[in-house]
Each structure stands twice: as structure tokens, then as C-alpha cells.
Design a protein around this ligand. Sequence first.
Ligand code: MN
Length: 191
Amino acid sequence: MIHSVPELPYSQDALAPVISAETIEYHYGKHFQTYVDNLNKMIEGSPYEDMEIEDIVMKAGGAVFNNAAQAWNHNFYFQTLTPAPVGIPEILEDRLTKAFGTVADFKAAFIKAASTLFGSGWAWLCQDKEGNLTIVQTQNADNPMTQGLKPLLTIDVWEHAYYIDYRNRRAAYLEAVWALIDWEKVADRLV
Ligand code: MN
């Protein structure tokens, strides 16, 4: 199976000024594409050749895992952003309130997790097997599916996600990108 970079659900300049067309050009057009290209090269003739990407993420290690997980993570991140603000649906608001106290408390806890992640990685909102919502930090390419969690939302905090637009100001990127989250999609992932 040849993996590919799915189309964005918006134009390359649609997220500006929060995320510039230049960042999309590099982050989506080059970083994401390179992970997919590397994955395709590595799995050729291997036991991973015919697997869905989720299965590769769950079963592989080393460089195959890193490229498969980064491909999955980037698609999940880009597909969850929208240039048209979407409010938090009531079903999700209820779950967030139950888990974190208030929606504002959830936002503060998520942004703290994303801000304090040391080095490169991802901040996630996930659902555990009991249905509880939880905030998770992962390093580098790591993905919470390997911990038995279902991802609902992620924000990329690798420097390449924000350095063109925000330089070293990760907190400013996080605050701004929050307004681009498609909460309908996040709610649709609840099980
Ligand atoms: Mn990235």
C-alpha cells in the first residue's frame, strides 16, 4: 500500500495570520510529505507493506514507527484545524466539564501540557477505555494509541510547527491556534 498526504480541508493561506501559508508550505508540504515518503520507502518488501497506517503505528518500532506515527499525527493535526471557528458541541462540553471542571480549566490544562513538553512532541486530548477524557504529552513521534488511548485532538509542538510565525514563542502559537480547532470534529471522535 502506498501512503499519501491527504488534501487539506482548507486552502494553504486560509489559516493566516495564525498559521501562515509559508508554515503550511513547509510543515504540510515538506515535513509531513517527507515522513510519508520515508514510510513508503521503508515498508517496501517488509511485513508492513500492506498494513493500514494505524496498524503500523501499533506494531512497528524504530524508524518505521517514527515515520508512520509522524505521518498519522500530522494528518490528525491538520485535519482538525479550520479557518471557520466552530464552537464546542454540548456533548463534548459535558465531557470536558466532567473531566476538568470547566472548559476554561480544560484549556488551561491542555495549554500547560503543550507549553511544558520539553523538546519536540505533541499534546493530546484522549479518551481512555472507561470513556474518561485525559490530557497526554508525547515525545517526538509517540502516539497515545500505543497506550490504549483514543486520540480526540492534538497540537503539534515541534518547533517546525511555529518557528516561522512565532519564533521561540510557543505559548503565543498555542493561544492563537486554539481558535482554529474544529470542535465538531473533536466531538465526532468521542465513542
Ligand atoms: Mn510537525
